[in-house]
Write a protein that binds this ligand. Structure first.
Ligand SMILES: [Fe+2]
Ligand SMILES: [Fe+2]
Length: 134
């Protein structure tokens, strides 16, 4: 079972952002699968690594769009990205422990779900409305 089910209410209306967000959901689901189904340390480490990499690329892509279009709320949005990235990055130790056999923490996966949905629903929706591509 998927941890996060994509639904149309998560679309911002910007094709590039929405495609990236769907990929983020898929990567969180892969990590959740590894953690909850005890797929082992190597699987979990790989899934987490892919998620972190995609988050980094995704934030960079949004920040390029902000620069290209002179987006007025860019500084606040970028500061939020920096906080979000740090919040995900520090999960690394917990992922390692779970991958090595500790019980998966549902709160950790809940955290990622809330983190993503809040990210999409707030600042990203405002960004999508302000730039071409919708
Ligand atoms: Fe985003
Ligand atoms: Fe964003």
């Amino acid at each position: 079972m998927e941890w996060i089910l994509w639904d149309e209410t998560m679309n911002t209306g910007h094709a590039g952002l929405d495609e990236d967000h769907r990929k983020l959901v898929a990567l969180i689901n892969r990590l959740a699968d590894g953690l909850t189904n005890h797929k082992g340390a190597a699987f979990c480490r790989d899934a987490f690594g892919q998620l972190v990499e995609h988050v980094q690329q995704h934030f960079a892509m949004e920040e390029r769009l902000m620069a290209e279009h002179g987006y007025l709320d860019a500084e606040r949005h970028k500061a939020h990205h920096a906080t979000l990235f740090e919040e995900v990055r520090v999960l690394s130790d917990a992922i390692e422990a779970i991958g090595a056999g500790a019980s998966p923490s549902v709160s950790l996966l809940d955290f990622l779900e809330v983190w993503l949905k809040h990210h999409i629903d707030g600042l990203d929706r405002s960004l999508a409305a302000a730039i071409p591509g919708s």
